[in-house]
Design a protein around this ligand. Structure first.
Ligand code: DC
Length: 224
């Protein structure tokens, strides 16, 4: 088997991209990279340091001070921001509310894409995000574009968030998802769009196991 197979999984927010990407990486013994976690960690740094998103010098300076690292344990995302484990904090609402705005910044995307391409060099990886099959790895071995009914997505995310934040409402989560869909698809810098050669996976009525099987059926013929 080649040692530079890239599986790109893109799609809307809260579509289960990371669940599928992790399962696939585990099954194939590939490295899993959650590119959204990188944009989230940058957002956390910007929030903590009150970076003015209209000030390009401040943004460039902040990016120089941000060092991100993944620590892969049991295929969960463990990301550090300047050596601090921030995996939990980047999932909370303050970051979720701001991340699309930060991810739309040209300087931020430029830096993240560079780092992501470096991570995929000479390795077998599964990377999920919004622009992996279009911008980061346009020559990916396999591209999957995930989608699902927005109401179903909000319910799934709500259940996840409610465990840690009992005050959260379904409406809030739905609004956040709708807002992120809008921002992600309409931004000027590499908007979320399906690559022409990406396979669509609508998982509104599919279990995680069915999605894994769907992806394995597509990838296995490409591995020999
Ligand atoms: O996948 P996620 O919800 O953790 O991603 C967080 C945000 O980061 C999302 O609103 C869009 C952005 N993102 C992006 O613009 N490009 C990527 N490759 C991954 C995420």
């Amino acid at each position: 088997m080649s040692n530079n197979i890239v599986i790109a999984i893109d799609g809307y927010s809260s579509c289960g991209k990371s669940t599928l990407a992790k399962a696939l990486a585990k099954k194939l013994h590939f490295i899993y990279i959650d590119s959204g976690a990188m944009y989230r960690a940058v957002t956390l740094y910007f929030l903590r340091n009150h970076v003015d998103l209209t000030n390009h010098e401040q943004i460039a300076e902040a990016l120089k001070n941000i060092h991100l690292n993944f620590h892969s344990r049991d295929y969960q995302t463990h990301i550090t921001l300047n050596d601090e484990e921030v995996s939990e904090e980047i999932r909370q609402m303050p970051v979720s509310d701001k991340v699309s705005e930060v991810a739309a910044l040209r300087e931020v995307r430029h830096e993240m894409v560079k780092q992501q391409q470096r991570m995929g060099r000479s390795k077998n990886i599964v990377m999920d995000g919004r622009d992996i099959g279009t911008t980061v790895f346009p020559d990916a071995t396999l591209k999957i574009f995930m989608t699902a009914d927005p109401k179903v997505r909000a319910e799934r995310r709500f259940k996840e968030l409610q465990e840690k934040n009992p005050n959260i409402t379904l409406e809030e989560v739905f609004e956040n998802i709708a807002h992120r869909d809008y921002q992600d698809t309409t931004r000027a810098e590499s908007p979320l769009v399906r690559a022409p050669d990406a396979i669509i996976l609508d998982n509104t009525n599919m279990t995680p196991d069915q999605q894994l099987q769907f992806a394995l059926d597509k990838v296995e013929p490409l591995l020999s």
